[in-house]
Structure formats: C-alpha cells, structure tokens
Write a protein that binds this ligand. Structure first.
Ligand code: 5AD
Ligand code: SF4
Length: 464
C-alpha cells in the first residue's frame, strides 16, 4: 500500500533539520557534495537532498574534494551506471584517508537492491550511510544520528513506496523547474529494474502539483518539466488523468512551456494527443520509447503494443500536431532477439523517421524476467547491430531539422550560444536547440525566431 507521509512525520524531520543546523552553527560552515546519476527523477531527488542540506547549514560544492559530506545518488537502470558508482566509491576511499571525518552516503535506486547493499556493506566499509528511495525524507534524522553517534547506518525500507510532501528543494536551474507528478511504475517491462526499486505507481494530489508549479513560475521558471516513470497514467487512482493535469497547468497565467517525461506508448491515447494539441503551452516534442520494432520482442518485453499500434499513434500525432518532433528509446540485443527482429527495428526506424534516438544495448538486471531468458547472441554481434542502427538513424537524423528552415518559432532564450559565445541559445517548442543573434537581456524570455539554417544537432535562427 502507498504511504502518504503525514504532516506530523514531516514536522519531526523539520525538527531534525533544526538540530543538525544547530550542531553545524557551532563550527565553521561545513560543505557537502551531491553526485546524482541517472534520470530526471533522480535529479529531483538530488534537488531535495541539496535543499535539506542547505537548511541544515551546509554549503553545496561541485567537487567532492575536501567536502565534509559526500552523497552518491545512484541509478540502477543499466550495469554501466552501477559500475560508475562503484568507481566513484573507489576514488572516495582515498579522499576519506586524507579526511577521516568525511561522511559518505549512498542513496537512490541501487540501494533498493539487496545484493548491492550487501556489496557496499562488505566491499566499501568506509561508506557511513546507505538509505533507500523510501527513506529520502528521513535524511535529516539519519544525518543527525550519524553526526551524534558516528555509527554506520543502513536504512532501506521495502514496500510499495511513499509520497512525502514538503521536503525542502534547491532547484538546479532558475529557468527550468522539474516537478514530480507521480512516483513508481506498475508496468514491469521485462528488462526493467525500475518497478522493483521505485515501487508501485502513485500520483501526487493535483492541488499539490499545481501549487508547486505556481510557486516555480512565481520564482521565475519558464519551463515546467512534469516527471514520472509513466506520466501518461497519472491520476488513475485519484479519478483524474494526465490530460486533465496538463489542461489545468496550461490554463495558468503567463507565458511558459510545459514538458513531461517519460511516456509509455500504450497509454498515449488519442484523447491525450488531442489534449496536447489543444494546450498551446505544451511542448511539441513527443518522446515515445518504442524499445523494439519486432512484435515478437515487444511481447517478450511486456510492452502491451505492437508496431502497427505505434505507427497509428505517430501518424495521429503528426496529423494533429504540425511540426511535431518525435524521438524514442531503443534497446538492441534483448534476450532471444534475432537478426530478423533487429531488421524489424531498423524498418520501424526508417518508417517513423525519428528526429533523434536514444539507443542502448540490453543490460541484464538481476531480479527481472528478462534476466532469466536465454540470451544466445554474442556481445560482439549485438555491438554490430547497435552500430548499424546508429548508421541508419544518423542518415535520417542528419536531415531531420531541414524541415524547420524558413519557419518562425516562439523560442525560450536560455543563455549564451552553444555554437558561438556572441550568440544566444534557446529551444523551439519542439525542444530543438537554436542559436541566434540577440541581446543578453532576452535571456529567460520568449522571442520569435526565424530558422535560417539547420545543422544536424541544432538550428541557426534570426530574431524576427
Ligand atoms: N538494458 C538496456 N536499456 C534499458 N533501459 C531500461 N532498462 C534497460 C536495460 N535493462 C532503457 C529503455 C528505457 C530507457 C530509460 O532505458 O530504453 O526507455
Ligand atoms: Fe521501466 Fe517500463 Fe516502467 Fe519505463 S514503463 S520505468 S521501461 S517498467
């Protein structure tokens, strides 16, 4: 069962924040470094950790060297993300030898897996705190206990997951605010570890989300990124929907952009596409992870759609939303994938013509269904297919931006140019980078920009 953390419990954590702040006020101000791995959801957890740390008197540093406290906020989605964390922990061992008072904590998705927690316990004895995603809001208490007792703590509550409102936040960007709308996932795609580490789907109350969006807009945010593992199923248990949520946010005053991630093609229904089309503030970028172009593999992946369903959805999007940008995620080398299946993926990519693709080689995750399936294709062969896919997409993506040339778009100006320091950079409603000449007073504002040239990763434009 989902647990909504009560106001009383959050008040207890606030008391611990004051207690730690009091300890810290008696010495020179301590420093903390938080390293976040993985997805946007983790980035918002990192923003919460930094928010709590600031309230507890820490100043946040970009580097671990010399910090009094280092937190690794980890990702478990693929093996290389986990290996990077272990590599970082190895480096911290030396740092701690120079500074034995340093506190080292590990949190995030990796810690929810028992075999990982065991490995950290036994192979990295210098790690002081291990806390799971359901214990994030109790970080002030855990840190207080750590500072007063210096005893190793492991706090990884299992269960379906919690919703904790009112955790302090320190946003990474003034212009772009990430707002979680739901946590967890119920889909159990057979390759994916997320449902095991993040628990069951649970939606925040719409009123809490709207209040957070309003406060971010009042603080100067111009892009609101709505986050969840599967945002399209927002609100089911509350009797509402994602379409309703974006309509409500779209109706708020002011010029700003609404983005969202991640989507699941099975829940990206026609009524939802209609809602997106109607809401002028919502991004014209559709990131719809297809994962494979083979019906046989999609079934083994437990994705609940086939390639024809996917085509129908993309055609409907392109009919309803002119200039839509479509991107996707693809996994190459799923267990049992054969050359024939991979060719189906290539043909889907050629048919859809994605603006860009995020491509991954399958990584077995302990505890998932796919990790138990026979996987006879060699890593070398999978690598060959992977490069073939990159080549095919490279040819398609290289021309994808030409269609924007000559059109004028409302662009959110984000800062100095990426191609040239004398230019400004911003994003079109399709989420495409555009550089253009303009005064720096435009940064943080919207402007009309006509596209005059397309590079293969960005656009060059001119203020209208
Ligand atoms: N191996 C490879 N890629 C994966 N993804 C998720 N789990 C795995 C895995 N075990 C990819 C999917 C997903 C993206 C965020 O990561 O493509 O959409
Ligand atoms: Fe993983 Fe599938 Fe859930 Fe996405 S929808 S988090 S891929 S299980």
């Amino acid at each position: 069962m989902t647990t909504r953390i009560s106001r009383e419990e959050m008040a207890v954590q606030r008391d611990f924040i004051y207690k730690v702040a009091e300890i810290n006020s008696k010495k020179s101000p301590p420093t903390a470094h938080v390293h976040t791995f993985g997805c946007q959801q983790n980035v918002t957890d990192g923003e919460k950790i930094k928010g709590m740390l600031e309230k507890m008197g820490y100043s946040i540093k970009d580097e671990p060297n010399g910090a009094d406290l280092v937190i690794l906020n980890t990702c478990a989605v693929r093996e290389n993300a986990e290996n990077r964390v272990f590599g970082n922990l190895g480096a911290l061992k030396h740092e701690k030898q120079n500074n034995p008072d340093m506190i080292i904590g590990v949190c995030g998705c990796m810690t929810q897996q028992e075999h990982i927690t065991e490995k950290i316990r036994s192979s990295f004895p210098f790690v002081d705190m291990i806390f799971g995603v359901n214990a994030l809001h109790t970080f002030p208490q855990l840190l207080y206990e750590q500072l007063s007792e210096r005893k190793r703590c492991v706090c990884v509550p299992q269960g379906d997951g919690v919703i904790a409102e009112g955790v302090p936040l320190r946003r990474e960007s003034k212009l772009k605010a990430s707002v979680p709308i739901m946590y967890g996932c119920n889909n159990f795609c057979s390759y994916c570890i997320v449902p095991y580490v993040r628990g069951r789907e649970r939606s925040r109350e719409m009123s809490d989300i709207i209040a957070e969006v309003k406060s971010a807009l009042a603080d100067g945010a111009r892009e609101i990124l709505l986050l969840g593992q599967n945002v399209n199923s927002y609100g089911k248990e509350l009797g509402t929907s994602f379409a309703e949520l974006i309509r409500r946010i779209n109706a708020l005053d002011g010029e700003f952009r609404i983005c969202y991630m991640s989507s699941h093609p099975k829940d990206f229904t026609k009524p939802l596409i209609d809602a997106v089309a109607e809401c002028e503030k919502v991004t014209r970028h559709f990131h719809l992870p297809v994962q494979s172009g083979s019906d046989r593999i999609l079934k083994l992946m437990n994705r609940h759609y086939g390639r024809e369903d996917y085509f129908e959805m993309i055609d409907y999007i392109r009919k309803k939303v002119p200039n839509a940008a479509v991107t996707s995620d693809i996994i190459v080398g799923f267990p049992g994938e054969e050359r024939e299946d991979f060719l189906q993926t290539l043909s889907l990519v050629e048919r859809v013509k994605f603006d860009s693709l995020f491509t991954f080689i399958y990584s077995p995750r302990k505890g998932t269904k796919a990790a138990e399936m026979p996987d006879p294709i060699s890593a070398e062969e999978k690598g060959k297919w992977f490069r073939e896919l990159l080549d095919v997409q490279g040819k398609i993506g290289g021309n994808a931006y030409n269609r924007y040339v000559g059109q004028t778009f409302r662009v959110l100006c984000e800062g100095k140019g990426r191609t040239d320091d004398n230019l400004l950079t911003g994003k079109t409603p399709q989420d495409v980078i555009v550089d253009f000449e303009g005064d720096s007073s435009l940064i943080g504002k919207f402007a009309d920009v006509k596209i005059i040239r397309a590079l293969n990763w960005a656009l060059i434009g001119k203020l209208v």
